[in-house]
Each structure stands twice: as C-alpha cells, then as structure tokens.
Design a protein around this ligand. Structure first.
Ligand SMILES: [Zn+2]
Ligand SMILES: [Zn+2]
Length: 555
C-alpha cells in the first residue's frame, strides 16, 4: 500500500535525480514543490480519485497521472529510467548533509567518485577544494556528515574508534568510578575495523549504571546478563562492559582481548586467577605476547622462537616516504611538510606527488617535475642534513606500464607505483597489471597494493603471493599504506612478505602535515602482522636509504 508520504518521497527522489543528472531544472523544481505540498497537505492521496487529485493546487494533470502510476506500480517510468542510470553509491551520496543533488552530480562526473567512502577519502585528500562551487568549508562539512553516517552504520575505522573508546573510558571512570578499567576486545587488538567497543571494569553492577552510560551513549536496548552489560544504539557501535572482581580482573581482560583461536591454541582454561597477563603466559610456557598479536595465527610458535623481540615500534621510524604537497593534491608546500618532519624528529621526507595521468589530482607533467626538482634541490641546501627525496607516485596504466618515459623516471630518487584508475578488474588482470609495474626497473615501492578503502571499497582482487614473489624477484619494497582507511597491504600478508625477504615501507600518504601522524596506525597494523624493525624499510637512516636508492638506480 503506497502512502501519501511515499508519494512525496518518490517525487522528491525524482527531483533530486533530475538535478543530479543536470537535467531539466524547471521540472526538478516542479517535482520538489509537489513533494513539499503533498507532504504538508495532510490528505490521504490513496483515498482520492485521479480527478480529485488533479484539482489539488500545484498538482495538475501530468503529476496526477504520475501519482496514479505510483499507486499501481510503486514508481513511475521516468523515475525508473533515471534510477537505472544512477550507480547505487552515487544515489547514496544524496543522504549526505551539506551537499545537494547538483553537487553530488558534479562530484560524480568531475571526480569519478561513485560511493560515500570514496568521497570521504577524496575530502581527506583535499581534492574537493578545487572543484567549482566547493571550498574548504563544504569539504569539512561533508567529512563531518559522512563520519556521522558511518557511525550510524555501527562500524568504525580503528583510528576513529580508539578516540571514541578513550573518551568513553574517561566518562565511565567519572560516573561509575570502577576500581579498574581497561579497553578490551577488538580495539585492544587494534583490529582495523571496529564493530563493538568493549571495556573490562572492576565494579559491582547496579541498574543506575545504564543511566550513567546513556548520558553519552543513548542506548535503545541495554541487557545485563552473566556479568556483562550490553548496550545497543543506532548511532554507535555496540558497547559491552565486562564486570569483574579484583581477583578475576586480569583473567577477564585476557579472555576478552584475545581472539578465541588464540585461547584455543594456547590451551587456555579458566581455572586459577592470575595477577598479570605475563603470569598467564608463563603458566602456558609462552613468552608474553602483545595484545595486537593475539589472533590465533602463528603467534604462539613465533613468540616461542623469539621472533617478536624486534617488533617494529613507532619511534623506530626514521623518515617518511610517499607524501603529497600542493604541487598535486596536498594542502601544504614541500617546505611546510619538511619542517613538520624535522619537528617530528625525522631525517628525511620522500615527496611523491601524483603523476601526469592523475589529472583529477593535478598530477605533474614533465615540465612541472623538473620545476619541482629545482625547488627540492634548494630546500635540501637550506635544510641540510635533513633530506627531501625526489619521488613520484606514478600511475600504473591499464597495461601495467608507468606513465612517464624512462628518461623522466630516471630523474627521480625513487618511484612509488600505484593504481588509481580503472579499478574494476578480475584477479588475473589486476595481478598481471601489478607484476608488470613491479618488473619496471624504475619501480622502487609498490603503493597501496589492492586500492582498498576500508568500509567503503573492497579493492581489486589480487593474488597476494604472486605479487609478493614478484617484489622479491625484482627487489621492490611493498608499501603498508598507513592511512587508517587503507592499511594496504593487509597485515595478514606481512609474514609471507618477510619470509620472501621483501621489506615493508610504512607510508602515511600524507596530503597535509598532520597526515604524517597516520604512520602510528600503520605501525599498529604492521605489528599485528608481526613486522620486525629490520624488515621495515623506513627504519633506515637518511644515509642508508640514500645509498639504497643510489645502488638501486645504478642497477
Ligand atoms: Zn595513491
Ligand atoms: Zn599517494
């Protein structure tokens, strides 16, 4: 049964799609007005005949016949035609506050963006600022609105979830005042996508706790069972609080942190309470294993073999490769980026602006490459001993070739090769395309190998082992793109890469100064994959990496 509200919604959608496709704006207005009127009339259109509807002010013959069609079929032909021409992800962008349908259409046509996730990523890369009719304000409004939508989905990127969890921890501390509290579960394991936020607390439950939590959480349901308080809301991920006594605190924290497979492989049984997680591992004759590694893969054997003594840490990073400046789609100048790196204590910065094929990102044509190199030479004199390496993020074309001639490629200190366009490929095609680029003698680092955007785009399918083998054979480093929406290469493949002797470079892909901080999330993911310091490319010092690039170029 089609209600009057449904009809109003359908008219509104049609009006939006007309604007989105940049069609008859007069017609679009007409439908928008009709939708508004129908909504406000308070009439029951389903009870009225076609003749009666026709006589309503602002409706008329043509709209009345559309209403008739909607009543019978749930839609109308013109709308259906337009809807089939609109990708689902583009239509979904209409939900974003702060941009109307005309702007959604522009984003789609001008930037080729087909989903909300891709749009968010483009905003974070500062790509909307240069599109006509947009500005920094619109861009940040879009980011906010999308993040809100994302939260509504109940799933968060780790980087956003950890901020929320830390804030909630403070609030629980202040209101419930437990003797102890820890974040546990997937967040403590630094899982890249978070669907629930868990805490372990030492406290005695009372129903007033629910009210206290709802001050910030606003749950629709709250259930306390088996000492676990579980709350659900539309706005946030699920929230779970494990109540314990002082005696059981550590065991509960341990049990709720680990992937159940880890407990199984350890042979863990809850019998005696321990005072520390170290003591639990000792009981099972295993060295202490960091929370992020407790996935139930091969971490127990690896820990016993001493493989984790050199696990990468954030302070181990000596510099940062793969970053963008104002020359392409970044927000800051090379100098601003470099000064920030110096402030952070880094020894070098690899600039990798977009290459000429990336027109949407103001990629560098050959003459601008030369001009940028002059600027970098000057800055290197000025900032010595800090070093800016001349890099490029060269697009991997459809056939796997890079988008500059060998003469131009030879002018860079290093080359990051990445796929940005024509992402719809099957596994064979994508793998071949990557391998061709890896075999290019100028490729130094393979950029974000799958092109995934977590929570919005799955990435093209690749045969990871073949790609890693090719990197091993050609001496190519693999990037772990540290942007919290990418974390690509997936940490699950790091162990295989190390077994083949392939180093991993933790690259922030920074498009503004603060982007360097994302390397922290890269380190989190790398540690999950067991990446060691000696296999992390950017733990090399400035001098070491300089030699590496020189040697590689000589070959
Ligand atoms: Zn890229
Ligand atoms: Zn990039």
């Amino acid at each position: 049964m089609i209600s009057t509200d449904d009809i109003a919604d359908i008219f509104k959608l049609y009006s939006q799609l007309l604007d989105l496709h940049d069609l008859d704006s007069f017609k679009a207005k007409n439908y928008a007005n009709a939708s508004f009127r129908i909504d406000k009339l308070g009439l029951d259109l389903s009870a009225l005949s076609k003749d009666e509807i026709e006589k309503i002010e602002g409706i008329g013959k043509s709209l009345a016949s559309k209403i008739e069609e909607i009543k019978q079929t749930g839609s109308f032909k013109d709308l259906d035609e337009l809807a089939t021409k609109t990708p689902v992800g583009v239509a979904a962008m209409l939900k974003i506050k702060g941009i109307g349908p005309k702007k959604v259409g522009l984003i789609w046509r001008e930037l080729g963006i087909e989903s909300i996730g891709e749009l968010l990523y483009a905003c974070n890369e500062n790509r909307l600022v240069d599109v006509k009719g947009f500005g920094e304000k619109t861009q940040s409004a879009i980011i906010e609105s999308i993040q809100f939508l994302e939260q509504n989905q109940g799933k968060l990127h780790y980087a956003n979830a950890i901020v929320l969890a830390e804030a909630w921890k403070e609030k629980i501390n202040a209101s419930i005042q437990p003797n102890q509290i820890s974040i546990t579960g997937d967040i403590r394991r630094m899982t890249e996508i978070i669907e629930e936020i868990d805490f372990c607390i030492e406290a005695i439950y009372t129903p007033s706790h629910i009210d206290a939590i709802n001050q910030f959480y606003g749950s629709e349901t709250a259930i306390f069972e088996n000492n676990i308080l579980t709350l659900r809301s539309e706005q946030f991920p699920l929230l779970r609080i494990y109540y314990t006594s002082a005696a059981t605190y550590i065991n509960t924290l341990f049990e709720t942190t680990a992937n159940p497979l880890h407990l199984e492989k350890l042979g863990y049984i809850t019998t005696e309470n321990k005072q520390s997680e170290e003591a639990i591992y000792t009981k099972y004759q295993t060295p202490y294993i960091m929370p992020e590694l407790r996935e139930g893969l091969n971490e127990i054997e690896y820990a016993k073999a001493g493989k984790y003594s050199q696990l990468i840490t954030y302070p181990d990073l000596k510099g940062t490769l793969h970053n963008h400046s104002k020359w392409s789609d970044g927000m800051h100048s090379i100098e601003e980026m470099a000064l920030y790196c110096i402030e952070m204590g880094y020894e070098y910065l690899g600039m990798c602006d977009h290459s000429k094929t990336a027109v949407y990102a103001n990629g560098l044509k050959e003459d601008r490459v030369r001009a940028q190199h002059i600027e970098i030479n000057q800055l290197n004199q000025q900032l010595y001993p800090f070093k800016i390496f001349k890099g490029i993020e060269s697009d991997i074309l459809m056939d796997g070739s890079l988008d500059y001639s060998d003469e131009v490629l030879a002018t860079f200190d290093f080359v990051v090769a990445s796929i940005h366009q024509n992402l719809k490929m099957d596994e064979t095609k994508a793998t071949e395309r990557l391998i061709k680029a890896i075999e290019n003698k100028y490729t130094t680092i393979l950029g974000h190998p799958t092109g995934r955007l977590l929570l919005s785009r799955p990435g093209y399918p690749i045969d990871h082992s073949k790609v890693i083998d090719a990197c091993a054979a050609n001496g190519v480093v693999i990037e772990l793109n540290a942007h919290p929406y990418r974390l690509d290469i997936d940490w699950r493949w790091i162990d295989y890469a190390m077994s083949k002797g392939v180093p991993i470079s933790i690259n922030p892909d920074a498009h503004k100064k603060e982007g360097f901080l994302d390397m922290y999330f890269g380190v989190c993911a790398a540690r999950k994959g067991g990446l060691t310091k000696d296999f992390t490319f950017n733990t090399l010092s400035r001098a070491q990496i300089e030699t590496y690039f020189e040697n590689r170029k000589r070959k």
